[in-house]
Design a protein around this ligand. Structure first.
Ligand SMILES: Nc1ncnc2c1ncn2[C@@H]1O[C@H](COP(=O)(O)OP(=O)(O)OP(=O)(O)O)[C@@H](O)[C@H]1O
Ligand SMILES: [Mg+2]
Length: 406
């Protein structure tokens, strides 16, 4: 194709050869640029000292940094703060490109997080390779290709969290079941002995304490059982606004006079199919948490409204399917939560309240109940300004209550 004709003078031949090499170089450069630019994966090449020699457009896009801010700069400086798969800081010598230069070995499918100043951590899956000249043992450069796996990691994390909750729930439910049987024996027999004791027997007080402790334990066991959904009660079809309204005086007494409960009910009937006692348990747990978040008193807002969700929505704590919902919110202007706390609030036994103050079962119970009703829950929290729990329960058509009565 590009053969040099042999029937011309040597100088002209040399000139022709030079031009051809030039053209070939340009062609291969253009081809290289096309391929390089079209790659979906990021490509980044550094020399042995870490100076960035080459980046492709995907790298600019993925990292959100322009090529001129990278080329000629060091890839080994603190601007590139990397994390390992667990989210711990990665030692500089363990960073993929450095490692490739240092060891002369390629590495595949390494997961690292890139910490950025104004954006969440970017998770990348990285392949890195040293570049070696023939006959030399020390790399003169290294190249990494990478792709963004942030979204994939999020989904995996959510799945893992869900499985963990399920496992803890099952375990707790199993223990609670046996516990309940033991408690029945303890409380039953204690009550039996008490009955036979004289009213002034000095041992009475001790036994009464046993009964009181047994009852507290039984209440905890019931929470555990409802987390693992092993117990079912009577389901009613009822307007959630009525449930809240009826519970309000008791709820106000529970939270105490320094905190004011304010209830706003929407116009539309908010018909749900629930066990009333369970729905009350949800409200109590949320209201008490709201109170605890406002140490010096304040207002807790409860609302019941209806809403239609046109499309399935992903939330931090699971998806909410499209459909008609009764939406119940409990908001406070309290401490709010740190992200680390927020991500664990529904975990059974997770509490930030001191020993003897919180069991950490409140929200795990709430979630168990809401899920059991086919609902979902969302939390919005701002550290220092407050928290809002939003409970979605499937809404039934209005005529249903009459239908049940008929
Ligand atoms: N409204 C809120 N504002 C701030 N933090 C909250 C709020 N609700 C829950 N939390 C946090 O979530 C944690 C878990 O709540 P959860 O109700 O499950 O347990 P608890 O309140 O600690 O104990 P328990 O409810 O068993 O007495 C709390 O310890 C608290 O740190
Ligand atoms: Mg609680």
């Amino acid at each position: 194709m590009h053969a040099v004709p042999s029937d011309i003078a040597p100088e002209r031949r040399r000139e022709a050869a030079r031009r051809m090499v030039e053209r070939l170089t340009l062609e291969s450069e253009a081809r290289f640029r096309t391929v390089f630019g079209a790659l979906h994966e990021g490509v980044l090449m550094v020399d042995a000292d870490g100076e960035i020699l080459l980046v492709n457009p995907a790298t600019e896009r993925l990292l959100g940094v322009r090529a001129e801010q990278m080329i000629g700069h060091s890839a080994f400086d603190d601007r590139w703060s990397l994390l390992d798969e667990q989210g711990l800081a990665l030692a500089p010598e363990e960073q993929p490109l450095r490692r490739a230069i240092r060891t002369g070995e390629a590495e595949r499918n390494r997961i690292v997080g890139l910490r950025r100043t104004d954006a969440p951590i970017l998770w990348l899956e990285v392949n890195s390779s040293p570049l070696l000249r023939e006959g030399e043992a020390v790399p003169y450069a290294a190249i990494a290709t990478f792709e963004d796996i942030t979204r994939r990691r999020e989904l995996e994390e959510r799945l893992r969290q869900g499985e963990k909750m399920e496992a803890i729930g099952q375990l707790a439910g199993g223990v609670a079941h046996d516990f309940n049987n033991l408690l029945t024996v303890i409380c039953g027999n204690t009550a039996f002995v008490l009955e036979q004791m004289g009213a002034n027997d000095p041992r009475r007080e001790s036994l009464e304490e046993v009964v009181a402790a047994g009852e507290r334990a039984a209440a905890m066991t019931r929470s555990l059982l409802s987390i693992s959904r092993r117990q079912r009660g009577v389901v009613s079809v009822i307007d959630a606004r009525d449930v809240v309204r009826a519970l309000l005086p008791l709820l106000q007494r529970m939270v105490g006079p320094e905190w004011r409960l304010r209830f706003t009910a929407g116009e539309a009937p908010a018909i749900v199919s629930v066990e009333v006692a369970r729905l009350e348990q949800v409200l109590m747990n949320l209201a008490i948490n709201a109170r605890d978040a406002m140490g010096d008193g304040g207002a807790v807002d409860l609302t019941v409204e209806v809403a239609r969700l046109e499309a399935r929505r992903e939330t931090r704590f699971g998806a909410i399917e499209a459909g008609d919902y009764v939406v119940l919110t409990v908001s406070d202007a309290g401490s709010g939560m740190h992200d680390d706390v927020l991500s664990r609030v529904f975990e059974p036994f997770f509490t930030t309240k001191g020993a003897g103050r919180g069991t950490g079962l409140g929200l795990a119970t709430v979630l168990g109940i809401v899920k059991q009703c086919g609902g979902a829950i969302e939390v919005e929290s701002v550290l220092g300004s407050g928290t809002r729990f939003v409970v979605y329960l499937p809404r039934l058509a209005e005529g249903i209550i009459e239908g049940t009565r008929a």
